[in-house]
Ligand binder design. Structure first.
Ligand SMILES: *[C@@H]1O[C@H](CO)[C@@H](O)[C@H](O)[C@H]1NC(C)=O
Ligand SMILES: *[C@@H]1O[C@H](CO)[C@@H](O)[C@H](O)[C@H]1NC(C)=O
Ligand SMILES: *[C@@H]1O[C@H](CO)[C@@H](O)[C@H](O)[C@H]1NC(C)=O
Ligand SMILES: *[C@@H]1O[C@H](CO)[C@@H](O)[C@H](O)[C@H]1NC(C)=O
Ligand SMILES: *[C@@H]1O[C@H](CO)[C@@H](O)[C@H](O)[C@H]1NC(C)=O
Ligand SMILES: *[C@@H]1O[C@H](CO)[C@@H](O)[C@H](O)[C@H]1NC(C)=O
Ligand SMILES: *[C@@H]1O[C@H](CO)[C@@H](O)[C@H](O)[C@H]1NC(C)=O
Ligand SMILES: *[C@@H]1O[C@H](CO)[C@@H](O)[C@H](O)[C@H]1NC(C)=O
Ligand SMILES: *[C@@H]1O[C@H](CO)[C@@H](O)[C@H](O)[C@H]1NC(C)=O
Ligand SMILES: *[C@@H]1O[C@H](CO)[C@@H](O)[C@H](O)[C@H]1NC(C)=O
Ligand SMILES: *[C@@H]1O[C@H](CO)[C@@H](O)[C@H](O)[C@H]1NC(C)=O
Ligand SMILES: *[C@@H]1O[C@H](CO)[C@@H](O)[C@H](O)[C@H]1NC(C)=O
Length: 459
């Protein structure tokens, strides 16, 4: 069950009342499949760099074959076997079709990355139009998997349920693309994100949908490639809203998303630090549930973030973390150098517009955060180092305010209002680096801030 406070997604009028949305776990209780959901994937199996062949399926559509199926129920209970494979230029349409898949995979990396054992595998420049489909899977299998350049799946009105590990809802890999709308998703297993991409890229467009993932390592969105989400209400009970590995892009608009583990987002590079990653969140709300979970977490990554008309609600009081760290294949903790020697500090550049943000900025071990408040934005909080040196650049346009909650040391400190009347200090001070390139307008002076604090030069 999903509880949303942003009802505009699903009601024809605006209201801030709490609404309760149903999801597939209201129909098939996860408790029935608890043993399946307890399976821990073994990711030490060797990684296969080419798609294993053949992919076995109960129903295969291969080559230049155009097929349309409606009002049918298809299933398989065989291990290592998909229900449907459409491959090598196939076109397959399914309308009012129920798919039931049970059966294990011998190799969960193969199952996850290559869609082995997926209920529906659409591969190699194939096209699929699916509407009104019920895809139910157990024992660890993706619901709908798209693979390869030129593969496109159009999905509408889908009910997706899974139990078992690596059971992603909508999954695009090898440059495959999915356009999905009106999807209702539930996964109970580990590493079973609702909407996922995989290497080298998957392009996932998802709108007007709900998603509920319960297992550790299961996010609402796993960005490897691009995620475009619009009007999605989601909860990931044991994961962040977004995982991202490397130079990927995630765009969330009109989303109400709740995260229960790690952070509201947890974006990292699993190998050498990547740059050029992008996160854009507009007219959305991200809520984190854990006492220590930050709103936005970044490690071993260089990223640009834009937050427009967006609310971030944390129980921890930590808004953004920039860290010398990353996420391991366990997906349940932040790793240090002993687990991942490729680490480098994170460089996080956040541009905020039309938003009222609350919480602290925390950077670790040479990491940095640049926060630009523009277009009537406010930030209530302070910035501090979690460990070692940390660098913060803060800028405000003339319509934005910083409400200090503690004394803070910054590098660049730029305010369009050179008198700093838009910094409400509550008696706290801001130490600014008098030799930082953008601070010359302050002439190295000590200035009084509204509320009794001061802006004080430091070298
Ligand atoms: C995981 O897989 C590796 C390599 O195949 C194997 O050596 C190891 O025993 C497996 N671990 C478990 C817990 O099954
Ligand atoms: C996709 O194409 C590759 C390369 O030609 C081939 O090895 C693989 O078996 C194909 N996949 C399927 C599911 O037919
Ligand atoms: C499908 O048709 C295209 C265009 O006619 C052709 O290039 C391709 O080889 C065909 N693929 C298969 C698997 O028959
Ligand atoms: C397409 O595939 C279906 C299912 O395998 C088969 O029944 C049909 O004959 C094929 N059509 C063509 C034109 O190959
Ligand atoms: C599949 O659906 C698409 C989109 O509605 C349509 O253009 C195409 O002709 C359909 N193909 C078949 C075989 O029915
Ligand atoms: C399927 O896999 C399960 C778990 O590994 C095993 O117990 C079962 O015997 C397998 N079934 C078949 C038909 O091989
Ligand atoms: C989808 O199918 C499963 C069994 O395959 C069934 O238990 C479930 O109720 C179906 N969902 C809907 C919404 O009908
Ligand atoms: C994905 O795209 C890249 C870059 O165009 C290409 O090199 C690679 O072969 C593609 N992979 C697949 C599985 O189509
Ligand atoms: C931060 O992002 C903004 C907007 O995306 C961009 O204009 C600016 O140049 C970036 N700043 C840095 C230091 O990368
Ligand atoms: C920021 O605070 C100002 C002054 O209190 C207020 O007018 C404005 O609406 C706030 N902006 C947002 C996005 O809440
Ligand atoms: C303010 O910062 C000081 C020094 O870093 C710290 O000891 C104190 O707990 C902070 N207070 C709050 C309210 O965060
Ligand atoms: C200040 O901002 C400029 C321009 O974005 C940047 O080059 C510099 O590294 C920042 N920090 C300091 C300490 O000057």
């Amino acid at each position: 069950m999903l509880v949303s406070t942003l009802a505009w997604c699903f009601l024809p009028y605006f209201t801030l009342a709490t609404v309760t949305l149903s999801d597939p776990s209201d129909i098939i209780p996860p408790a029935i499949w608890a043993a399946d959901n307890a399976i821990v994937p073994n990711y030490s199996d060797p990684f296969l760099s080419v798609q294993p062949s053949p992919i076995i399926a109960a129903y295969e559509f291969d080559g230049n074959n155009s097929t349309s199926i409606d009002h049918l129920s298809l299933s398989t209970f065989e291990n290592q076997t998909s229900v449907i494979l459409a491959a090598n230029g196939a076109e397959l349409n399914l309308s009012y079709v129920n798919i039931l898949k049970e059966g294990y995979s011998e190799d969960l990396i193969e199952a996850s990355f290559w869609g082995f054992n997926a209920a529906i595998n659409v591969a190699n420049a194939s096209t699929a139009y699916f509407d009104h489909v019920n895809v139910t899977v157990h024992n660890g299998a993706a619901n709908i998997y798209a693979y390869g350049t030129g593969t496109v799946i159009y999905l509408e009105n889908a009910w997706l349920y899974s139990s078992g590990p690596v059971s992603h809802g909508v999954y695009a890999s090898g440059n495959g693309t999915v356009y999905a709308s009106h999807v209702s998703h539930y996964s109970g297993g580990k590493r079973s994100s609702s909407f996922s991409g995989d290497s080298p890229a998957g392009y996932v467009h998802i709108s007007d949908s709900t998603a509920h993932s319960a297992g550790v390592g299961s996010a609402t969105y796993y960005a490897l490639g691009e995620i475009h989400a619009d009007n999605v209400v989601s909860i990931s009970e044991n994961g962040p809203v977004v995982f991202m590995d490397g130079q990927q892009k995630a765009y969330l608009r009109h989303c109400d998303a709740t995260a229960g583990l790690l952070g509201g987002v947890a974006l990292f590079s699993s190998a050498v630090r990547a740059s050029g990653a992008l996160l854009s969140v507009a007219s959305s709300k991200i809520t984190t549930l854990g006492d220590e979970m930050p709103g936005l977490w970044f490690g071993n990554l260089i990223i640009d973030v834009t937050l427009h008309d967006t609310e971030i609600v944390t129980a921890s009081g930590v808004l953004i973390v920039s860290n010398f760290s990353q996420i391991t294949q366990d997906f349940d903790h932040y790793a240090d150098y002993s687990e991942q020697p490729n680490l480098a500090p994170a460089i996080v550049n956040v541009t905020v517009s039309e938003s009222d943000l609350v919480g602290d900025l925390v950077a670790y071990n040479e990491s940095s955060i640049t926060l630009a408040l523009t277009s009537y934005s406010n930030w209530t909080g302070a910035a501090y180092a979690g460990y070692g040196n940390a660098y913060f650049d803060i800028s405000l346009d003339s319509t934005s305010y910083w409400i200090l909650t503690n004394t803070t040391t910054v590098q660049n400190f730029t305010s369009e209002d050179a008198t700093l009347s838009n910094i409400y200090s509550s008696g706290f001070d801001v130490y600014y680096n008098s030799s930082a390139v953008l601070n010359s307008y302050l002439n190295g002076q000590t200035l009084s801030l509204p509320g009794g604090g001061k802006a004080i030069p430091s070298s």
